[in-house]
Write a protein that binds this ligand. Structure first.
Ligand code: PAF
Length: 281
C-alpha cells in the first residue's frame, strides 16, 4: 500500500494505473476509521482495479472549532486497517497541500442543503462540497463511495456531481452498525462508557418507530420518536424529521412519498450523533 502526501505523487501514481487501463475507486474519509469505512473500502476494492482512500480532516466543514479539535486522529491504526482491506493508495495531504489559498467557492443546493444538518451546521455542506470536489479533481475516480449514515451529505454530493458534470458514479453504501445497533461513527470513540450505553437508545427508538409506523400516522410516529428521545436523560435533541429520501423535504403523511426516511441528530453529552431509518410500510 502506497501512502502519499502530495497531489503530484498521487497524480504520478494514478497516471501509471490509468495508462494500463485500470479503473480507480475513491473512498474519501477524515480518518479515525472503523468497520463502516472498511465496508466502503472493501466494496471499492471489489469494484475497481485501484482503490484510493483519502484521509483528510477537512477544517472547512467544521462549523464548531471544538468539534474539529476533539475529532480523533489515528493515522497509524487507519493505515493498518486500510492495508487489511486491500486499499492500494492512501492520500493523506496536509491542509496547505489541499488549501494553498483559502477556498472561496460557494456551493449551494437549495432546498436540499438548507434543512436538517444544513440548518443546524451552517457552512458545513459548503465545506464538504469544497473538499469533495477538490478530491474528485485530484483523483479523477471512476466511482466514489459514501456511507448512507450521512444521508443528507450523500444527497448533496449526488446533486453536486450532476450540476458540475463530474464524470463518475456515486455509490451509496448501507449503514454499518455495532452489535447493539449503534450506527458506526468516528465520534463514537469520544463517548464516555456511560454515554456509549445511552447512545444505543437512538437506534433502538428508530427501530421501534418502524414497527409503530405500521399502525400509526406519520405525525404520531414523529411524536413517538420525539417523546422517547426526550425521555432519555443526557440526550439533547436537535431534530427528528421524516423526509422524502430524494428531496430531503419534510413530508406530512405517509402517502406524500414512497421513499420515507427518518433522520435524527442529537447530542449525547458533548458528542453530536446522527442516524436514520427508512420506513417501508
Ligand atoms: O463523511 C465524511 O467523513 C466527510 O464529510 C468527507 C466526505 C470525507 C469529506 O470530508
Amino acid at each position: 500500500m502506497l501512502i502519499v502526501q502530495t497531489i503530484a505523487e498521487l497524480k504520478a501514481c494514478l497516471n501509471k494505473e490509468r495508462e494500463q487501463g485500470h479503473s480507480v475507486g475513491l473512498v474519501p474519509t477524515m480518518g479515525a476509521l472503523h468497520a463502516g469505512h472498511a465496508s466502503l473500502v472493501e466494496r471499492s476494492v471489489k469494484e475497481n482495479d485501484v482503490t484510493v482512500v483519502s484521509i483528510f480532516l477537512n477544517p472547512t466543514q467544521f462549523n464548531d472549532k471544538k468539534d474539529l479539535e476533539r475529532y480523533p486522529r489515528t493515522l497509524e491504526a487507519d493505515c493498518e486497517l486500510l492495508e487489511k482491506c486491500g486499499a492500494q493508495v492512501v492520500f493523506a495531504p496536509s491542509v496547505d497541500e489541499v488549501y494553498p489559498e483559502p477556498d472561496t467557492r460557494v456551493f449551494s443546493y437549495p432546498p436540499t442543503d438548507s434543512v436538517m444538518e444544513g440548518a443546524f451546521r451552517p457552512g458545513h455542506f459548503n465545506g464538504v462540497c469544497q473538499i469533495v470536489s477538490k478530491l474528485f479533481m485530484m483523483v479523477e475516480p471512476d466511482k466514489a463511495y459514501f456511507g448512507e449514515k450521512d444521508f443528507q451529505q450523500l444527497a448533496i454530493i449526488r446533486e453536486m456531481v450532476k450540476q458540475m458534470n463530474f464524470p463518475l458514479e456515486i455509490v451509496g453504501c448501507p449503514i454499518v452498525r455495532e452489535d447493539d445497533g449503534l450506527a458506526m461513527s468516528s465520534r463514537n470513540m469520544l463517548l464516555t462508557a456511560e454515554e456509549r450505553v445511552r447512545a444505543v437508545n437512538i437506534s433502538r427508538i428508530l427501530k421501534e418507530s418502524r414497527d409503530y409506523a405500521n399502525e400509526h400516522t406519520l405525525q404520531e410516529t414523529r411524536r413517538f420518536v420525539e417523546e422517547q428521545i426526550a425521555a432519555i436523560d443526557g440526550f439533547i435533541p436537535e431534530y427528528f424529521q421524516i423526509v422524502d429520501g430524494n428531496t430531503l423535504q419534510q413530508i406530512e403523511s405517509w402517502e406524500d412519498s414512497d421513499y420515507r426516511v427518518g433522520c435524527i441528530a442529537l447530542f449525547c453529552g458533548k458528542i453530536r450523533l446522527i442516524d436514520n431509518i427508512t420506513y417501508i410500510l
